[in-house]
Design a protein around this ligand. Sequence first.
Ligand SMILES: Cc1ncc(COP(=O)(O)O)c(C=O)c1O
Length: 378
Amino acid sequence: MKKYNFDQVIDRKNTSSYKWDNPMYAGKSILPMPVADMEFVVADEILEALDKITQHGVLGYSIVPDSLKLLAQKRIQEEYQWETAVEWQVWLPGIVPGISIACDIFSNEKNGVLTAIPVYHPFHLIPTWLNRPILTFPMVEKEGRWTYDFEAFEEALKQQPAVFLFCNPHNPGGTVFNQSEIDQIVRLCKQYNCLIISDEIHADLRIHPQSKHICIGQYIEDIPSISFFATSKAFNTAGLGGCVAIIPHKASRETFIKRTFGFMPMLSRHSIDVMSATYLHGSNWLAQLLPYLKQNHDFLLDFVKQQPGLGMIPLEATYLAWISYDETWGDLPERLLEHGLHVLRGEQFKGKNFIRLNFACPQSQLQEACQIIASLAL
Ligand SMILES: Cc1ncc(COP(=O)(O)O)c(C=O)c1O
């Protein structure tokens, strides 16, 4: 079995990297930790799949082969214990466009979209783009993890949103929703007749050994729902895109498929072959990645604990730390940027006095980031 070296620092500048080639950094030396991709080379088998395409050299239109559909079905069954049918699958180039189309179809200008905050920004931006009412309720800290304020959730549901956007594991905050939470979400959404759109892109990034990913879709097969899965986030192929929507309800699936025509490009051969290689051969790489991420997580958590006025709740999944800061730190994201570290401002996710920091990097870079933060302590 190949041993991967996640300590290796790779120069990503001048690679059209969304993270490293941000025009805002021109002429400055900035350590970027905003965008959710990782600083690591992907699994060998993924590179081999890409080499094969290059050697063949023809880049025409592609279809999703049955073999890939079966691999996705197998993974959902084996990893998350949800038995799905292949015909429930709809393949798309990305989850965010898929969520946009789903919100467009299933909500309207009266019955809008509900989501917990803070949340991955497209969840609150998509309804705004679509001119749909957006309802939110807060995540709260309970027993050392972020969870829902279920009373506020129910109050929001009483205002009759048509769609609930569920992020599991949650970005930011890293919650892997447990059985009791999933049961409550299902019960309440059924009671208030609210369709669940579940984004499970972070499902394979569980760094807490006890956390188990539970697919909400298995409890609502009899009513319309959409669950999105992708290998792109956990296996660091985000730039290639590719995802699968599981839509058990036939009429909703057909409506969704029709609505994608003309709005969604076809998947590229690169993304198709890379997803196949990932499902087939990615497990060794992922098994080495997760302890590395956990080590970075623990390092960062220890560091944050030592800084008066900073706070962080341990994550169960993802590599996106959600760090609170008090007034003694001033405008922390702005000050960090001035000192060479770019993190995302909590407001982007509808969270005030937080930063989101991506720790999926060699530990040397994380240490550098912590040094910059420490240098700003009063
Ligand atoms: C919760 C969540 N969903 C979706 C995405 C992006 O998905 P895609 O690139 O398939 O649109 C991200 C990226 O960070 C994410 O965090």
